[in-house]
Design a protein around this ligand. Structure first.
Ligand code: PXG
Ligand code: PLP
Length: 448
């Protein structure tokens, strides 16, 4: 991708989570998308290996979504989020709650995963405060966790790069569980590793250190996505649930990636058989087409706010966004959930899981491949880093992937994939083989 004299805007745009100087030297523009493919400005087709940024499982340009957008724009394009609601948003809350475990009944909408996480943390803290336990102010996150980039989400997050510049402005009182990844115990595991459930006992240690009376909530991704697909050990989430229940600590599952079918069930909660107190979601709820996120909470949590003794005309939760429950997003949400159900795409994701597992684990033994892991329609490959140049090998494979017609996701020297649920078996096998060729090519270059 070169000869980009026609590109304008490079002098003014600041890209998120991107090496901007590298991008300006090697700009990459996507100009259209249809189904599971993007088209670049120089006319190449790229298979959408990560479903956008994990958010477009139903593919691009679905006529039902286009139709829903058009209809909603003509009917009610915006309605104030405070003091008013609209039928589309109300009924979407019904549908989202119906997909969640039965105990989780109330939906609060946001516009992103980051906002969903900050909302969940505020609700968890407020719940305890209203329940007479205002000393529960701490949050426990986990190493390698990603919970977005708001102040709360950044603070409970555990990816060092996202934290180190901002140490002094983290929210106070946060501690972290150890991550569950251990190469020597779980290299090349398929699905859930059998080693590691005991790492949940570290929560008991944190409770002993801080005292349960100071801890509001534990927040984890049921399967870590951003730090390159870290699958929870068998029994680990069950243990976290037991320890939280025992100590009156709320358990928040951040399901921004795992929600809406990525693990072959509505939510990770159902795939793992563990019910949290709060679920955060975003991305797939609208197939990524209009931003939307939110939280789903247990009825008791909602009722704690409603029953707090304030007069009935008083606001119970001083929190919300101009675009909470935006009708355009809600209309797309309905269309996305119609497609998910009508086309049987969660079952399809489940059926594709062994295909993806086979395609990715077939790369075991390629030079430079040090681990492969997968669950649902998510997988990652770790590459042996070039000594002294972390991330460079991954970057080269990512670039070579473009030559192979693959839009891969780069996380340091890991490559993550999360293909659309509409992928064919063959597309997934071909993705694996294209990745193999990209890795072979880069390994032949050596450490230069
Ligand atoms: N929580 C989780 C678990 C996430 O995965 C967020 C919160 C934040 O959502 P927003 O909508 O504010 O970005 C996320 C987002 C990747 C990748 O390549 C992952 C995310 C975003 C962009 C890229 O893994 N996760
Ligand atoms: N900043 C200012 C000055 C505002 O008026 C508002 C909302 O009214 C916000 C920030 C928050 O914006 P949003 O509700 O889109 O999150």
């Amino acid at each position: 991708m070169n000869a980009r004299h026609h590109i304008t805007g490079l002098d003014h745009y600041w890209l998120p989570f991107t090496p901007n100087r590298y991008f300006n030297a090697h700009p990459k523009l996507l100009v259209s998308a249809k189904g599971a493919y993007y088209t670049t400005d120089d006319g190449r087709e790229l298979f959408d290996c990560l479903s956008g940024l994990w958010c477009c499982p139903l593919g691009h340009g679905h006529p039902k979504i286009v139709e829903a957008l058009t209809r909603q724009a003509q009917t009610l394009d915006y309605s104030p989020a405070f003091q008013f609601c609209n039928p589309v948003t109300l009924s979407l809350a019904d549908r989202v709650a119906a997909m969640a475990p039965a105990e989780l009944t109330r939906v609060f909408f946001t516009n992103s995963g980051s906002e969903a996480v900050d909302t969940a943390l505020k609700v968890a803290y407020g719940f305890h405060r209203l329940s007479g336990e205002a000393s529960r102010m701490r949050f426990i996150g986990r190493e390698r966790g990603y919970h977005g980039v708001g102040f709360g989400g950044m603070s409970v997050g555990g990816m060092v790069g996202n934290r180190k510049m901002f140490g002094p402005i983290m929210i106070p009182g946060v501690d972290h569980l150890p991550h569950t990844y251990n190469l020597s115990q779980m290299a090349f595991s398929k699905g859930q590793p059998t080693w590691g459930a005991h790492l949940a006992d570290e929560l008991e240690r944190l409770v002993a250190l801080h005292d349960a009376s100071t801890i509001a909530a534990v927040i984890v991704e049921p399967m870590q996505g951003s730090s390159a697909v870290v699958v929870p050990p068998v029994g680990y989430l069950q243990k976290l649930r037991e320890i939280c229940t025992k100590h009156g600590i709320l358990l928040i599952f951040d399901e921004v990636i795992t929600g809406f079918g990525r693990l072959g069930e509505n939510f990770g909660a159902q795939r793992f058989g563990v019910t949290p107190d709060i679920i955060t979601f975003a991305k797939g709820v609208t197939n990524g087409i209009i931003p939307m996120g939110g939280i789903i909470v247990r009825e008791e949590i909602y009722q704690a706010f409603m029953g707090a003794g304030a007069p009935p005309h008083a606001i119970e939760l001083f929190h919300g966004y101009t675009y909470s429950g935006h009708p355009m997003a809600a209309a797309v949400g309905h269309a996305a959930l119609d497609i998910l159900a009508g086309e049987g795409l969660i079952q399809r994701a489940r059926a594709l899981e062994p295909v993806l597992e086979g395609a990715m684990h077939a790369l075991k033994g390629e030079p430079g491949v040090i681990d492969i892991r997968n669950m649902g329609l998510a997988a990652a490959i770790d590459l042996d880093p070039i000594p002294g140049k972390p991330g460079l090998r991954g970057m080269k494979v990512f670039e070579r992937g473009l030559e192979e017609g693959l839009l891969l996701r780069l996380a340091g020297d890991s490559i993550a994939v999360g293909p659309p649920f509409i992928s064919t078996d063959d597309e997934i096998v071909q993705m694996g083989e294209g990745l193999r060729r990209a890795i072979k090519h880069v390994m032949q270059l050596g450490n230069a």
